[in-house]
Design a protein around this ligand. Sequence first.
Ligand code: ZN
Length: 183
Amino acid sequence: MDLRPALLVIDMLKEFVYGRLRSPSAVTIVPSIKVLIEKAHEKNVPVIYLADKHYPFDNELKIWGPHAMINDKESEVIEDLKPSDRDLVLYKRSYSGFRDTGLALILRDLGVDTVILTGIHTHICVLHTAIDAYYERFKLIVAEDAVAAFSKEDHEYALRYMQQVLGAELKTTRQLVELLDKL
Ligand code: ZN
């Protein structure tokens, strides 16, 4: 099949799942992401974690307050989704996983043409990463039951936006497992 995907796992950090900026829905998507990571490993699909790691002077802190700070353990990926040695972890200081992380070039070097988005938050870092993926000419698939936001409204608005404005395909984890199985 002509699909060369990478799985992106966005901000599944202790801070956002259990810490200061936690959202109740973040815990609920862990099992789906886990399934997708396992399937990606099985099918040799690259798994790339994008993780906030902030300096005290970062712009975003004016809006959200300190979170996922550079030396805090809250900036680590949660234990349940701990990256393996074969995965990549890229650190970011803003919403988009493409900004100053080298992600676009890494994806091209890996021969990737499609990114599968998972993680949090649907309307913030997932959305901004999707926008940059669109500008970088990658095809977009959003794992709709493996992304989450603070509220249902934010979540649904962002899903619709990515679908309508960025041409993203929305798929369930089950549909994605079937799709990856065909690779
Ligand atoms: Zn941040």
